[in-house]
Every structure is written in structure tokens, then in C-alpha cells.
Design a protein around this ligand. Structure first.
Ligand SMILES: NC(=O)c1ccc[n+]([C@@H]2O[C@H](COP(=O)([O-])OP(=O)(O)OC[C@H]3O[C@@H](n4cnc5c(N)ncnc54)[C@H](O)[C@@H]3O)[C@@H](O)[C@H]2O)c1
Length: 291
């Protein structure tokens, strides 16, 4: 295969693996851009929830006059759900968005590597795990990179594009063009713990949790200081609930293990909340209560 085979025009059928908080949003933006999408999750209930969430999100765009009803239904018709990963063998690009756990992701990429033809590009939406290590677990490390979407995916402009050490220029350029086709703004970064986004964001969230843990202020007060005083659109504790406290804890552990610096130690309250199953919005309880 030559580098010209990586033209973004050849990336027409997209697999999205994992239909949780991020996966359904990623599937939506690809389908909205006219691409055929196969969304795969091993939990059927997650797929049902994902389809409803996409339908709701598209409906809001229609209400705001940003999409027509026809575009709404066309987008849904391009989005297919599956519990079996075999369908991904026919995809030009697979974007992985499963739970933030390195061993589980690597295991899945090995399976995908055996399943997909050599031309298929792989991307991971990981928040912090080394792309270089994940790429090395496949037989196509040059065709592997990070495609880090932000939450909520249909609304957020940024896609942080992370080059593994092995990522080829052809792969990078194809994914960059594809990101632009989605209407996103791709920003190039290199592989390092937490990349740029979470190396800066997560220690701030962790510090907000320490502030709550030490009784300096209540959750609402901490968030209000950051929204009213720093013009952040959302306070750090509310944002942690949106991201998922399990994901936040995992990212702090990646930073701590990666840099061996105590400034990245996760707050004990964060660990306890995750141990209790209070993972934020997705579980109905985090620093706030949700319906
Ligand atoms: N939540 C955020 O704000 C955010 C932002 C950017 C990146 N990320 C990253 O995106 C990824 C997904 O995070 P999320 O918040 O959507 O997680 P989530 O827990 O909401 O969803 C994960 C999904 O993966 C599915 N899954 C797990 N193992 C699977 C397997 N072996 N095969 C098929 N499906 C499987 C689960 O059933 C679940 O639906 C993580 O790597 C996370 O770090 C999250």
C-alpha cells in the first residue's frame, strides 16, 4: 500500500467501538457528516440508550434550526448498531471509545487487528493511555493514532490528534482531513501522559476535589468560584460528573504512574466515590444528584 491510499476520501465507512458517553457522540458526528457508521458495544442496553441519545441530540439541532428533519432522519439511517465486532472488518477506520482501561483496550485492539484488513486505520479516543503502547500491540503501528474528542462530542470544536511514536504522516494527514470534514478543529500533539488536554484539566479537577475533601467549601461554592470568577462555562466538580469519576480517577493514575510525581496523586475522595459506584451523571450520582 502506498501513502496515497490513505486519502480521506477513502475513509467512508467508520466503526465506533463503545457506545457510552463518548461513543454515541462520535458515531453521531460521523453519521451527520454523511459517513456510514457501525456502532458496536457488548452491552445491548448501551446501544439502545445511545440511539435514543443521538435521536434526542439531532432533535435539538432541528429545534434550533441547525438541521432539517430530513437531515435528522438521514443521519439516523446511516447509523447502525451491533453487539458483534465482526462488522468492523468492513470499516475503513475504527475509532475505539470503550472503558478507559489499558489492558482491556489492548486486548480489543489485538482482536481488531486479527479481524480487520491491513488498510483499516485504528484510532483511540483514550483520555490518557499511551498511544505508542497500544499501537505496538498491533501489526499496523504506523496506522494507529489518538483521536481525542471532547464531551459532548456534537457540540465541542476540538479534536486532539495524538501521534504515537510510530504514526505515519499519511495516517496523521488522513485523520486530520477527516476531522476537518466533521467540522471540528484538529490540534496536533505528541504522545505523553494525559497529552495536553488532560495534563492540564485533570489536575485542576483533582484539586477541586481536594478542596471539597478538606472542607474548604461546598461543591456548589467551589463550582461557583470557577464559573463566576474564572468564566469557566462549568465548574470543575460538575465537569467531573459529566466526564465520569471513574474516567477522572483513571486519568489521574495514568499521570501519577507516567510522571512519578506526587503532584498527580488522586484525591482519596475521588477514589472513594468511584469505589462507592458514584461515577457521576451516568450513574445518577456524583458530586451532584441526577435523575
Ligand atoms: N467521558 C468523557 O468526558 C471523555 C472525554 C474524552 C475521552 N474519553 C475517553 O473515551 C473512552 C470512553 O469513555 P466513556 O466516558 O464514553 O465511557 P463509558 O463508560 O460511558 O462507555 C464505555 C462503553 O464501552 C463499552 N465497552 C466496554 N468494554 C467493551 C468491549 N470489550 N467491547 C465493546 N464495548 C465495550 C461499555 O459497555 C460502555 O458502553 C475512554 O477511553 C475515555 O477515557 C472520555
Amino acid at each position: 500500500m502506498t501513502t496515497t491510499d490513505f486519502s480521506p476520501d477513502t475513509l467512508n465507512t467508520i466503526g465506533v467501538l463503545g457506545a457510552g458517553t463518548m461513543g454515541h457522540g462520535i458515531a453521531q458526528v460521523f453519521a451527520q457528516s454523511g459517513l456510514t457508521v457501525h456502532l458496536v458495544d457488548n452491552q445491548p442496553a448501551q446501544l439502545d440508550t445511545a440511539l435514543k441519545a443521538v435521536d434526542r441530540s439531532l432533535g435539538k439541532f432541528v429545534e434550533k434550526g441547525k438541521l432539517t428533519s430530513e437531515q435528522h432522519s438521514d443521519t439516523l439511517s446511516r447509523l447502525h448498531i451491533h453487539t458483534d465486532i465482526d462488522v468492523l472488518a468492513g470499516c475503513d477506520l475504527v475509532v475505539e471509545a470503550i472503558t478507559e482501561n489499558e489492558a482491556v483496550k489492548i486486548d480489543l485492539f489485538r482482536k481488531l487487528d486479527a479481524l480487520c484488513p491491513a488498510k483499516t486505520l485504528f484510532a483511540s479516543n483514550t483520555s490518557a493511555i499511551s498511544l505508542t503502547r497500544m499501537a505496538a500491540a498491533t501489526s499496523r503501528p504506523d496506522r494507529f493514532m489518538g483521536m481525542h474528542f471532547m464531551n459532548p462530542v456534537p457540540l465541542m470544536q476540538l479534536v486532539e490528534l495524538i501521534r504515537a511514536l510510530q504514526t505515519s504522516d499519511a495516517t496523521f494527514n488522513a485523520i486530520k482531513s477527516l476531522s476537518e470534514r466533521l467540522g471540528k478543529t484538529p490540534i496536533e500533539v505528541r504522545d505523553a501522559p494525559g497529552f495536553v488536554s488532560n495534563r492540564i484539566l485533570m489536575p485542576m479537577i483533582n484539586e477541586a476535589i481536594f478542596t471539597l475533601y478538606e472542607g474548604v467549601a461546598e461543591a456548589e461554592a467551589i463550582d461557583s468560584v470557577m464559573t463566576l470568577g474564572m468564566n469557566h462555562p462549568m465548574g470543575p466538580l460538575k465537569l467531573a460528573d459529566l466526564i465520569g469519576l471513574d474516567t477522572c480517577l483513571f486519568i489521574m493514575k495514568v499521570l501519577y504512574d507516567g510522571f512519578k510525581d506526587p503532584k498527580y496523586r488522586p484525591c482519596p475522595l475521588l477514589t472513594q466515590m468511584v469505589d462507592a459506584g458514584y461515577t457521576g451523571r451516568k450513574s445518577g450520582r456524583g458530586f451532584y444528584q441526577y435523575d
